[in-house]
Write a protein that binds this ligand. Structure first.
Ligand code: NCD
Length: 384
């Protein structure tokens, strides 16, 4: 039975720990893995811009002895002639042993996984999920801090359209870390992420954040996600000295902002002054990159700036994943039965959902019931 990686929820806790341990081993002795995937062929299909994700997947495949075919320019692929994703995937699946897909529409990788005979890995589906970035982020946090359980992580920036934090917030809470989500105004974590975390028994609530007034001029509001067992969230959170273990910064995803969104007031720049504030003194700074203007370049040689070490981790982590999904390393746990889908007459309200853009390829039963409503099984937005 093939395994895909479409959402971070597709991996069990044990799967994630197995992949991170393997990535650790690989990074300490990369050359001894040079023939693990001899003869295997990976297709990278990137219909949105990418530097790190595509290159690190390709480097990972080549370092395992495999080979790569790529289509990395949406303008020169047949998508620009009107070919559907469904048709492209049927064909690329026949050409290769596994597919890494980046696509502008939420749910695209889930559709591809249904149609491909080999494993499909989601390298970003619109504003929805980016599970392999989360594996890289967890790998980095473990290396920098020694563990995940008990960490206090601040997510900072565009948490609505930035897909990396959607996968990361869910994973951190699963591993016992607490998350404070501080977003640009109007760009907070989507409801489906927050409610999904609440559904695991975590404490979830809106908080007023005290302790940063000197830095930001006023009290910020944020969303606090506390792993199960830590109790209810307070209404005011006073950040203590040295409390923050990591601050995960994301850029404003201008390409996904709705037309006419206007100028979005940005959160303060992360620089040396920011990290002098007592709660952040021991915080490592992560960023999935590319950085635009969220982190001052004067921070790059500060030992707490971990974003380039983080990017380097992309190769061993993706080697572990490719080798596992292609059968060269111990298998992951059996996939869960998947979403229990029921035929519904609802409509997904998200215009950037694959169900809206390729209605002929997605089955009609694409909703699942959650407390008090229906969620689109492709993009996870609520149905109307
Ligand atoms: C991110 C992405 O594509 O979502 N980049 C990455 O994969 N490292 C973040 C971003 O583009 O801002």
């Amino acid at each position: 039975m093939k395994r895909d990686l479409v959402a971070i929820g597709d991996l069990s806790d044990r799967d994630i720990m197995q992949l991170l341990a393997l990535a650790d081993q690989i990074s300490s002795d990369m050359r001894s893995y040079a023939h693990v995937l001899d003869g295997a062929l990976l297709a990278t299909l990137f219909l949105e811009p990418s530097t790190r994700t595509r290159l690190s997947f390709e480097a990972a495949m080549l370092r395992l002895g495999g080979r790569v075919i790529t289509s990395s320019d949406a303008k020169t692929s047949s998508a620009s002639k009107g070919e559907t994703l469904a048709d492209s995937i049927r064909m690329v699946s026949a050409y290769s042993d596994a597919i890494v897909l980046r696509h502008p529409h939420a749910g695209a990788a889930r559709l591809a996984a249904r149609l491909s005979t080999g494993p499909v890995i989601n390298a970003g589906d619109g504003g929805h999920e980016h599970p392999t970035q989360t594996l890289v982020d967890l790998f980095t946090l473990r290396r920098e801090k020694g563990h995940l359980e008990g960490l206090f992580v601040v997510l900072y920036g565009d948490l609505r359209f930035g897909r990396t934090t959607h996968s990361l917030a869910r994973a951190l809470v699963r591993f016992g870390a607490s998350v404070l989500a501080l977003s640009e105004p109007g760009l907070n974590l989507p409801k489906y992420v927050v409610e999904g975390v609440r559904g695991t028994g975590a404490g979830v609530g809106e908080v007023e954040v005290a302790g940063l007034e000197a830095l930001v001029g006023s009290r910020l509001r944020g969303t606090l996600l506390l792993p199960p067992g830590l109790g209810a969230t307070p209404s005011t959170l006073t950040l203590l000295a040295d409390q923050v273990d990591a601050i995960y910064v994301t850029r404003l995803q201008r390409e996904r902002l709705p037309r006419g969104a206007g100028e979005i007031r940005a959160l303060p720049l992360i620089d040396r002054v920011f990290l002098e504030a007592a709660p952040f003194r021991r915080a490592v700074v992560l960023h999935p990159l590319p950085r635009v203007d969220e982190i001052n370049r004067n921070l790059d040689d500060d030992p707490r700036a971990a974003y380039f070490r983080q990017a380097a981790g992309g190769v061993p982590v993706r080697m572990a994943l490719l080798g596992t999904l292609l059968g060269a390393f111990p298998a992951l746990e059996a996939a869960s039965a998947g979403l229990a889908l029921a035929p519904e007459t609802a409509v997904c309200a998200e215009p950037a959902c694959i169900a809206a853009t390729e209605p002929q390829a997605v089955p009609p039963e694409w909703f699942r019931g959650v407390d008090g409503g229906l969620i689109c099984a492709w993009c996870e937005h609520a149905a109307t």
